[in-house]
Each structure stands twice: as structure tokens, then as C-alpha cells.
Design a binder for this molecule. Structure first.
Ligand code: KIV
Length: 286
């Protein structure tokens, strides 16, 4: 069953959903067709995530994607005119250098068509959050396994397992919410930590690998559709096997071409019989 929102979704609409209604649904999308699929399914939010780097551009991690590349893909998603709130992910190093640089990069994603931006990190990133909010751009936070920190974390590892680490995540979430973030993504944290955060903040938490106590859930488009089949983290549920289906379909096409079954007569433009005859092509349309 899909639940379609009634009008264009705004960041304040998402903020107002804390404790109200069914869990929020967010999915990533990176181009015009994936945006049409996601919006057609009635999701509340579409995130043009920096996972773009991995699932679309083939990099090993998310650190390789630039603001220009993100803006290019935000613009493609925006052309689908989604009803869902369109959030652009600020890539690594686009909000770490200075306030001016941060606001300019956030503005690039807004000018490309996003209605909000997301950034990773907690109290360390409050200056960036304030700068972007001062420019009237809604900000979504992101805590836990923040993939832009993989080198600092030593890999893609569940975060917040120890008492002090769990407390840090709760304190970071409270600080982001107090600063004015309209929502916070929690990635790869134990469900009890996600529950503590969700109870501690007045804005919706959106979980990915964070259990069922969050106010909403997000999955990466390529993971949920089975387009990405190299890795399957524990938290991914596959709702389709599009990579296998697409490979089988292209193999079928190749087989039909090689065996002469494609194209068939009904897939071909034919000359009128009299024109073919006049050209000396006897039985050309047979
Ligand atoms: O970049 C991304 O796709 C994300 C989601 C995993 C939340 O940040």
C-alpha cells in the first residue's frame, strides 16, 4: 500500500510530523527516472544522497563526490517536480572550511532545486548548521555511522555501542535539534540508542540501520530495489531484484539479436509495397 501526501511537502511539514501519524518514509534518488519512481510511490522525502558517489558513480566511498556533481544530480531529480521534500546532501569538505564556503555550497544545491540540505556530524558542525539556517535553508542532521568519517572511524562500523559513544550521539542530536535542524538521520546505531535519541529530540529521527524506534526510515534506492548487489548490509531489505532482472533482460535482447529474432516485422518500418516494387525490391515486406 502507498500513502501519498496531499501537497508539496516542506521541511516544516516534516518537522510537524514528530509524534504524529505513520512513520515518515525517505528514499534516495539520483536522477529523473528514480525521482519519478520514488515520488510515484508516495514517499515523504527524497534525498539526493552523497551515496551517489558509490551506487551511481562507482567510487569506493562517498568522499569522492563534489558539490558540482551533487548539484547536477539534484537538478535532474528536481526536474521530476516531486511532491516529496527534496533534500540535497552536502558532500565531504563542502561545509568544513568556512561559513562563506558552506553557505555557497548549500545554496548551489538549493539553486539546483533542493528545498533543504543534509550534513553529517553533531556539535562539531554547529557553526555550519547555523550558517546555513541563517541563509534560510532548512537543515537535516546525520549522526551515527556518518560515511564521510569512515577514515576517522576506521571503516563502516556500527556507532554508539559503548556508553560514552551512545551518550555523545544523544548529546549531538539534542544540540542539532536545538540549533534548528528539522530532522535527524541516525545511521547504523543500536536500536536502544536510536530510541534514546528519538525520545530526547523534538524533531523526527529517520533511521537507516537504527531499528524501529525512529520516527521514520530511509533506504538507498539501489539497495531496496536490488540494483546494488555487491554488498548487503544487515539493515537492507531488498524489495526487488532489478539488477538480476535487468541483466536477464539485456541478455535476452542480445540473444534475440544474435539469433535473428530481433527486430520482428512489427518492430520495423516498411515501405509501401508499390514503392518497394518500383525500387526493384520484390517481396521486400514479406
Ligand atoms: O547519502 C545517503 O544516501 C545518505 C543516506 C544513507 C541517509 O546519507
Amino acid at each position: 500500500m502507498t500513502v501519498a501526501p496531499t501537497g508539496p511537502v516542506s521541511a516544516p511539514d516534516i518537522r510537524a510530523r514528530k509524534g504524529d501519524g505513520p512513520p515518515l518514509v525517505m528514499v534516495t534518488a539520483y536522477d529523473y527516472p528514480s525521482a519519478r519512481v520514488a515520488d510515484g510511490a508516495g514517499v515523504d522525502m527524497i534525498l539526493v544522497g552523497d551515496t551517489l558517489a558509490m551506487v551511481v558513480l562507482g567510487h569506493e566511498d562517498t568522499l569522492q563526490v563534489t558539490t558540482d556533481e551533487m548539484a547536477h544530480h539534484v537538478a535532474a531529480v528536481a526536474r521530476a517536480k516531486p511532491r516529496a521534500l527534496l533534500i540535497g546532501d552536502l558532500p565531504w569538505l563542502s561545509y568544513h572550511l568556512s561559513r562563506e564556503d558552506t553557505v555557497r555550497n548549500a545554496a548551489a544545491l538549493i539553486r539546483a532545486g533542493a528545498a533543504a540540505v543534509k550534513l553529517e556530524g553533531g556539535r562539531k558542525r554547529l557553526d555550519a548548521v547555523h550558517a546555513i539556517l541563517d541563509a534560510e535553508i532548512p537543515v537535516m542532521g546525520h549522526l551515527g555511522l556518518t560515511p564521510q568519517s569512515i577514515h576517522a572511524f576506521g571503516g563502516f562500523k556500527v556507532q554508539g555501542k559503548r556508553l560514552d559513544a551512545a551518550q555523545e550521539i544523544v548529546d549531538d542530536a539534542v544540540a542539532l535539534a536545538e540549533a534548528g535542524c528539522f530532522s535527524i538521520v541516525l545511521e547504523c546505531v543500536p536500536d536502544a540508542v536510536a530510541r534514546l535519541v528519538t525520545d530526547a529530540v523534538p524533531v523526527p529521527t529517520i533511521g537507516i540501520g537504527a531499528g524501529r524506534h525512529c520516527d521514520g526510515q530511509v533506504l538507498v534506492y539501489h539497495d531496496l530495489l536490488g540494483l546494488e548487489d555487491r554488498l548487503k548490509p544487515k539493515f537492507v531489505r531488498r524489495y526487488a531484484a532489478l539488477k538480476a532482472d535487468a541483466t536477464a533482460a539485456v541478455a535476452h535482447f542480445a540473444d534475440d539479436v544474435r539469433s535473428g529474432r530481433f527486430p520482428a516485422s512489427e518492430e520495423t518500418y516498411h515501405l509501401a509495397d508499390d514503392v518497394a516494387e518500383a525500387l526493384g525490391l520484390h517481396g521486400a515486406n514479406a
